[in-house]
Write a protein that binds this ligand. Structure first.
Ligand SMILES: Nc1ncnc2c1ncn2[C@@H]1O[C@H](COP(=O)(O)OP(=O)(O)OP(=O)(O)O)[C@@H](O)[C@H]1O
Ligand SMILES: [Mg+2]
Length: 277
């Protein structure tokens, strides 16, 4: 057996470790359409989980245009590209943001950004599984679209949270991602967030349209995690490079995020209880 083949077998064995038997959850936030609010949601969601005493690692895995660092107004020289180019170990690119919340930043606009292959992404997951037990939740903010790498990332996660909006184009793209996941027999659990809604009815109707299409055409089920209002304060928090939960904790969108963080914790705790039986 040549060296590369035996290395891949070794990697696959390691990749199998801890996929289902770990209490720690790997969650990919994705969308299909760009600009639906993935990064905004992922950052505030991660932060709230950390504030209720969960250990959280948030990773900017948007390999096209990373911008979590801008959203959080942070600078660091150690980014995920150093890991991909194998000049840094995963542990060494982790940045402590606040109590219970660690981050791994990406960096965009570099001409020498290492091209991420399937093998490198697999290696990333192997290394992630090695450190996963330090965290309750590991959240991966993804690129828009559904290219091979994004789909592979979603398949390797325990949960996929698809962030969409009530616009038909965003719903159509969310449906396309769900279709690919179902066709590929993904075992990841699927949840939907409908963001930027003018009111709850608009969000519910958008979700009903999406889930009806999934039930009817794909014979599968998808669950609503929550609806987030279009909130001009959310927009202002981004302009100010602050988390909405700090910028205006009383805002409508902040309160909505708090509600479904509670729900998500309950869902994952139930999954852990079932796992340990
Ligand atoms: N609930 C909201 N209310 C108002 N504006 C919002 C809300 N959520 C997101 N936005 C706006 O949408 C823009 C895009 O958000 P964000 O960058 O999080 O999207 P994204 O899905 O990560 O985009 P990309 O696909 O480029 O990674 C933000 O700049 C923000 O102004
Ligand atoms: Mg983004």
């Amino acid at each position: 057996m040549n060296g590369q083949a035996s290395r891949l077998i070794e990697l696959n064995k390691l990749a199998g470790l801890g996929k289902k038997d770990s209490a720690s959850k790997i969650i990919s936030v994705c969308s299909g359409k760009g600009g639906t609010g993935k990064t905004f949601f992922a950052a505030n969601f991660a932060y709230q989980l950390s504030r209720v005493n969960k250990k959280v690692l948030l990773i900017d895995l948007d390999l096209n245009f990373s911008n979590l660092n801008i959203l959080l107004n942070q600078t660091t020289t150690k980014t995920i590209s150093a890991f991909f180019s194998q000049s840094e170990a995963m542990e060494d690119i982790v940045f402590n943001y606040s109590n219970n919340l660690d981050l791994i930043f990406g960096d965009s606009g570099r001409s020498d950004y290492p091209r991420v292959s399937r093998e490198i992404l697999d290696y990333f997951f192997v290394m992630l599984r090695k450190i996963r037990d330090r965290y309750d939740y590991i959240i991966l903010d993804s690129s828009a679209g559904a290219d091979e790498l994004v789909m592979r990332q979603l398949m390797k996660s325990d949960y996929n949270i698809i962030v969409t909006s009530p616009e038909p184009t965003a719903l159509m793209d969310a449906y396309a991602v769900l279709k690919l996941l179902i066709e590929d027999e993904s075992e990841a659990e699927r949840f939907v967030i409908v963001n930027k809604c003018s009111d709850a009815d608009e969000g519910e109707n958008a979700f009903i349209n999406l889930s009806t299409a999934v039930n009817h055409f794909l014979k599968e089920h998808v669950e609503l995690l929550g609806i987030i209002s279009y909130d001009s304060i959310a927009h202002k928090s981004i302009i100010n490079q602050e988390l909405l939960l700090n910028f205006d904790p009383q805002s409508i969108a902040a309160n909505e995020i708090l509600q479904f963080v509670k729900r998500f914790i309950t869902i994952t705790q139930l999954a852990n209880n079932n796992q340990s039986r």
